[in-house]
Design a binder for this molecule. Structure first.
Ligand SMILES: Nc1nc2c(c(=O)[nH]1)N[C@H]1C(S)=C(S)[C@@H](COP(=O)(O)OP(=O)(O)OC[C@H]3O[C@@H](n4cnc5c(=O)[nH]c(N)nc54)[C@H](O)[C@@H]3O)O[C@H]1N2
Ligand SMILES: Nc1nc2c(c(=O)[nH]1)N[C@H]1C(S)=C(S)[C@@H](COP(=O)(O)OP(=O)(O)OC[C@H]3O[C@@H](n4cnc5c(=O)[nH]c(N)nc54)[C@H](O)[C@@H]3O)O[C@H]1N2
Ligand code: SF4
Ligand SMILES: [Mo]
Length: 688
């Protein structure tokens, strides 16, 4: 594949980010990449990359990349391994998995994967087929978006939303639990354009991030109280008759129930719950309801609390209340993922479970309660764990329990990785994985409407293999002879694109090979996509459900208004949101990234009360664990809350501890999601 002269190849960033950037890779005569940049011709990438991926070639060629299969020789977690061949690795895995299935049933195998690759084939393709055919436990992938998805599903029905290009036409933009500059920076130029035309930009977040510092106004909201805030806004909008009665009559349901529920969320009550002054709540409601067009960028930050699912529903109902789905530059963007109408069922093949020795649908195991699953699950217990595209020993909550599980002598652990992560340290067999620059894949996006195909830009480093290759080969080793395991990447892509949905009209392997990125066929002539202008919600009655059953607010157990005995001992709310230069734990090996995630942001009043000064070493603790951090008394967090940028790699932390040693396995109200941002702690200054 080595070119004879420098060339440029197009690729797609596969990281777990709404932007799904189109990349240009410059390759020298030897086939080595020398430059990586954003594709200037892509309508959303627009020629730039975020800081973390602009440096991705450092990761691509890093000396610590895993290049060969290795087998554990030391104790679990110690990280001592010896090299073996792929053949031997695959044989050992196949025989161990077969023996475990024979002794305990196939459900004793638990796959564990999440956002390493957003590619359809490598992230949720051949792997799913393999585990379905094996009869393995099914993983309930709840670590990130399941609460928000449940909220969106009951209110909107579809995960459709305002495309980024339309933000340029908005007059009021609310970033609600959305750290745009850090986590979806390609929306920013459209916001800049809108502001140049007079738009105002507000942020709603317990933490004052870089995004909030650049806003016209920042609303410090108590963690986990967004549901109350949305109902408080509805209270004013309805009370002052600022709602869109015509749109409501035609395209929504349960308006009367919303009116009755919101009636209790007076400005006084909403202020008490959210911490936002009542005058600000009233002004925000009026401005939101009367500014045309107004758009909300809601991100999953607002869903990682105990009330996160319902909070998503309540925020997602607001555009219908004021009729803003009708306008270009109105509506809401939480996720656009479902607009990419791939035939996921044909890619994942859940039906293969019926051909497995299990012969039925396997049990569902929640990935956000991995500690529980590894230590407590029975009938059968988890005897084999197969990790890929994820780093559970860093990212899962309640790490003490997770690690207790990973250390079990009777647990057979396989890890497919690019780097020696914390999880990799616990592997019995560790396999080298390709990066997105080295394999073929098909990409949707959860923040825009352009579908992309990426071909390998580079040869794999060492003996790295893609997820598709790995699970295809393992299927052959285990005697799975169904045609699904013989499909090539291109055949899988054809399958994915064959859903028959009109949004995919004109999108084929051939057209994607030619253009690499194609806007979904959502409107003729590239016109703006207004998914709900005429109703057409994805709910059973095609209406926006303004007030789903059970929508009411009680504060999270772990919050300032929560369980009294808990908050007496642990009076501060810990949030551990995404760090700007991180991608969850992926770049945590970088020293500068680790230093950013070694901080605890504090309000000066909370610091003073504890005799803590900026730069002091502090201990943050609760019943589940403790960690040592450096206090940053920077005024960037609401009083009563502290913030530790995430996700730190435990192996980089001097005491081996991180925020996820303190977070709990408690789940969200709906969607069974993780509650990373509902976490009570105490902080004390470390002795000199
Ligand atoms: N730089 C960078 N980019 C990323 C990632 C990363 O790790 N780093 N991760 C990627 C992934 S996996 C995802 S899911 C997306 C997530 O993207 P976002 O949802 O934007 O990121 P979060 O940090 O989870 O949360 C956003 C903001 O919500 C705030 N927040 C916390 N609790 C609450 C609350 O109760 N209410 C409100 N209103 N706000 C709250 C946080 O302080 C944070 O500033 O980003 C992706 N992009
Ligand atoms: N405290 C706290 N914890 C959190 C969060 C938080 O905000 N705060 N965020 C949560 C959220 S939103 C999410 S999405 C999760 C993220 O959890 P994960 O999805 O586990 O995220 P990463 O830490 O990025 O780990 C992805 C791993 O996949 C590997 N990888 C990349 N590409 C491939 C590939 O093609 N094949 C294979 N086999 N491996 C690959 C990478 O090297 C990396 O180690 O973390 C959650 N944990
Ligand atoms: S992480 Fe997001 S912003 Fe950065 S290059 Fe990848 S897709 Fe683009
Ligand atoms: Mo995520």
């Amino acid at each position: 594949m080595s070119p004879t002269a420098p060339t440029t190849r197009v690729s797609t960033c596969a990281l777990d980010c709404p932007d799904a950037c189109s990349l240009l890779v410059t390759i020298d005569e030897s086939g080595r990449a020398t430059r990586l940049r954003g594709n200037p011709n892509h309508p959303v990438t627009r020629g730039f990359l975020c800081g973390k991926v602009a440096q991705y070639l450092e990761r691509q060629y890093h000396p610590n990349r895993l290049r060969y299969p290795i087998r554990r020789t030391g104790a679990k977690g110690e990280g001592r391994f010896e090299r073996i061949s792929w053949d031997s690795a695959l044989d050992q895995i196949a025989s161990r998995l077969s023996a475990i299935a024979c002794d305990f049933g196939p459900e004793a195998l638990l796959p564990y994967s999440y956002g390493g690759s957003m590619g359809l084939l490598n992230g949720s393709g051949m792997d799913r087929r393999f585990f379905h055919r094996f009869g393995a436990s099914r993983l309930d992938r709840t670590i990130c978006s399941s609460a928000g998805t449940a909220g969106l599903n009951q209110t909107l029905g579809f995960r459709y939303g305002t495309e980024p290009e339309q933000f340029a036409h908005s007059k009021l933009i609310l970033a609600w639990g959305a750290n745009i500059l850090g986590t979806s920076v390609h929306l920013w130029p459209f916001i800049v354009e809108a502001r140049r035309r007079g738009a105002r930009f507000y942020t709603i977040d317990p933490v004052l991030q870089r995004t909030g510092r650049l806003a016209d106004k920042h609303f410090y909201v108590n963690p986990g109280s967004d549901l109350a805030l949305a109902l408080g806004l509805a209270h004013i909008i309805i009370g002052e008759n600022l709602h869109d009665a015509d749109y409501i009559a035609r395209h929504t349901s349960n308006f009367d129930r919303l009116r009755a529920t919101a009636a209790r969320f007076t400005p006084e009550h909403t202020e008490a719950l959210t911490g936002i002054p009542r005058a600000d709540i009233i002004a925000l409601a009026r401005e939101y309801a009367t500014t045309r067009p107004a758009v909300i960028r809601l991100n999953y930050g607002a869903s990682r609390s105990e009330r996160g699912g319902m909070a998503f529903s309540a925020v997602a109902m607001l555009p219908a209340l004021i009729g803003s789905w009708k306008e270009v530059g109105g509506g809401l963007q939480a996720s656009t993922s479902q607009t990419h109408r791939f035939d996921r069922a044909a890619i994942e093949r859940a039906d293969l479970q019926l051909q497995s020795p299990l012969g039925r649908e396997a049990r569902l195991v929640n990935m956000s309660t991995l500690g529980h699953a590894l230590n407590e699950l029975d009938n059968p217990p988890v005897k084999a764990l197969f990790v890929y595209c994820s780093n559970p020993a860093a990212i899962a909550p309640n790490q003490s329990a997770v690690r207790r599980g990973l250390t079990r002598g009777d647990l057979f652990t396989v890890v497919h990785e690019q780097f020696q992560t914390d999880t990799a340290d616990f592997a019995d067999i560790l396999l080298p994985a390709t990066t997105f620059l080295e394999h073929t894949d098909l990409y949707g996006a959860y923040g825009h409407l352009h579908t992309q195909l990426a071909r390998p830009a580079l040869e794999p480093e060492g003996e790295a293999r893609s997820n598709v290759q790995l699970f295809r080969e393992l299927a052959h080793r285990l005697g799975f002879h169904e045609p699904a395991f013989h499909e090539s990447e291109d055949e899988m892509i054809r399958t994915a694109l064959s859903s028959g949905h009109e949004y995919l009209n004109g999108i084929t392997v051939e057209s994607l090979d030619q253009h690499r990125s194609i806007r979904l066929n959502v409107t003729p002539n590239n016109e703006p996509f207004l998914p709900f202008a005429e109703g057409n919600f994805g709910t059973p009655d095609a209406k926006c459900n303004l007030c789903p059953e059970g929508m009411d607010y009680t504060p999270p157990t772990e919050s300032r208004h929560g369980d009294e005995s808990l908050r007496h001992r642990f009076p501060l709310e810990l949030v551990s949101p995404k760090n700007d230069d991180s991608m969850n734990s992926t770049f945590g090996y970088r020293a500068d990234v680790d230093a950013q995630t070694a901080q605890l942001w504090m309000h000066s009043a909370d610091a003073q009360a504890r005799g803590i000064n900026d730069g002091d070493q502090v201990r943050v603790f609760n019943e589940r664990g403790s960690m040592r951090l450096t206090a940053a008394v920077n005024g960037h967090v609401r009083q009563g809350a502290v913030s530790s940028p995430a996700v730190r790699q435990p192996r980089m932390s001097p005491d081996g501890s991180t925020a996820n040693f303190l977070t709990s396995e408690r789940l969200t109200d709906i969607g069974a999601g993780a509650t990373f941002y509902s976490c009570l702690v105490q902080v004390e200054r470390c002795g000199d």
